[in-house]
Design a protein around this ligand. Structure first.
Ligand code: FDA
Length: 405
């Protein structure tokens, strides 16, 4: 691809946003000999990487593949993900002697801290001779006959390619902005409506009241939303809180939840609760609560019966009609709740939606109708599940673009 740019262009590539995707892209392009400038308005480098994974950065998922991502155009991410895989990222960590471990279901974390990842990306940028403008705000992007001129708080910057890597809307308190979405609109690109994802769900206080005593109970559940065969479902841990539900199960399903729709939770996954309760009845002198506590966590059994079936727990299971046992089982296997909303961008881990991928070339991340303008990372409508997938998209889209600009 030509990289001449406007006459006197200082740079071949200007990357806006020095986060996960932006640093990766700048490093790859710089190491290919491109003259790259990396611009970020924040005063602290890559805060989102620093706070990620509880400070240890869940930097990828060993099993990451297209099925772990949500997008209006699900095939778009295939090419970049297959060209830069979790193994490639592990090879990069090995070169920088960064130790890591697997925590849970393919989720890979640093042994030390997220700072290891930030230092590594910075060193990779240095190896590519990347120039930095930080903190530096970009006020405007102007398309010239060839290439672009950026008006910034540190003067104008010219470049043949502009890469927008300004991330999503979550956690505005550490520098997230709608810059990428605004620029996409300004250049006439379509946006898939953005909304908070991987976010706790909230419930109407009155409707939630019976479940308040369950706060603190944690257990593995099956959780789903929507209907039909393709309705997404996850087996993950659920946490009851004073205000609603949290934990990985709820974060995962929140990315698929549509306002007004119910979510359905199986509190005894893998167990045929109705059959087990009916079988336990025969010749038993035990109280209902004691029997149920053998099948689900004790606190859940006690508090659930109190909340949903007052007075039932202390009765002998043998005295209860089959119909009632089936009702208890059904209530726990298909607990259906309608969230009132989400905790919003202040608490979300990612943004769903973003620049419509039908506007972009899947090999280069370049806007098809705006040559030289690229979008990578979270600002693009590719949203990963919880578990390291969002960083894998940032790395893979950053590399694809860095190899093309
Ligand atoms: P990123 O947000 O990393 O970088 C964007 C950069 O652009 C920032 O440096 C910002 O300052 C800059 N910027 C924004 N507007 C600008 C403007 N107008 N001008 C100049 N610069 C601008 N994912 C995962 O896979 N594993 C995990 O463990 C976690 N954990 C996690 C925890 C928490 C609390 C959050 C909020 C998020 C996560 N994530 C995660 C998600 C992950 O952090 C996120 O998807 C990636 O950082 C996205 O990478 P980007 O490079 O696209 O944006």
């Amino acid at each position: 691809m030509a990289h001449g740019g406007p006459r006197g262009a200082a740079f071949d590539v200007a990357v806006i946003g020095a986060g996960a995707a932006g640093m990766m892209c700048a490093a790859v392009a710089g190491q290919r000999g491109r003259r790259v400038v990396l611009i970020d308005h924040a005063s602290k480098l890559a805060e989102k990487i620093r706070i990620s994974g509880g400070g240890r950065c869940n930097f990828t998922n060993r099993d990451a593949g297209p099925a772990n991502f949500i997008s209006a155009n699900p095939n778009f991410c295939r090419s970049a993900l297959s060209r830069y895989t979790p193994r490639d990222f592990l090879a990069l960590l090995a070169r920088h002697r960064i130790a890591w471990h697997e925590k849970h279901r393919g989720q890979l974390f640093c042994d030390g801290s997220s700072d290891d990842i930030i230092r590594m990306l910075r060193a990779e940028c240095d190896a590519g001779g990347v120039a930095w403008r930080m903190p530096c705000a970009v006020e405007a992007i102007r398309r010239e006959a060839e290439g672009y001129t950026l008006d910034t708080s540190a003067g104008s910057v010219t470049a043949a390619h502009v890469v927008i890597a300004t991330g999503g809307l979550p956690i505005p308190q550490i520098g997230a902005t709608d810059f990428g979405l605004r620029m996409a609109r300004r250049f006439g690109l379509k946006i898939v409506e953005p909304r908070p994802a991987l976010v706790p769900l909230t419930f109407d206080a009155a409707a939630w009241k019976p479940f308040v005593p369950l706060a603190g109970v944690a257990l593995e559940v099956d959780i789903r939303t929507g209907s039909g065969k393709r309705a997404p479902s996850f087996r993950e841990d659920l946490l009851f809180t004073h205000r609603g539900l949290s934990g990985p199960a709820v974060l995962q399903i929140s990315s698929y939840w549509e306002p007004g729709n119910p979510i359905v939770i199986d509190l005894a996954p893998g167990v045929d609760l109705a059959a087990d309760l009916l079988a336990a009845k025969a010749g038993s002198k035990q109280q209902m609560v004691t029997v149920l506590a053998g099948m689900v966590p004790r606190r859940l059994a006690e508090l659930w019966l109190e909340a949903a079936h007052p007075g039932l727990g202390s009765q002998r299971i043998a005295d209860l009609p089959d119909r009632v046992l089936r009702q208890v089982a059904e209530g726990m296997k298909r607990w259906t709740v309608v969230p009132a909303g989400t905790e919003g961008y202040k608490k979300a881990e990612v943004m769903r939606g973003g620049v419509d991928t039908r506007e972009l070339d899947q090999q280069t991340m370049e806007a098809k109708a705006v040559p030289g303008l690229h979008f990578i990372g979270e600002v693009v409508d590719v949203t990963g599940w919880l578990g390291g997938y969002n960083f894998q998209w940032a790395w893979a889209s950053g590399v694809a673009c860095g190899q093309a600009v």
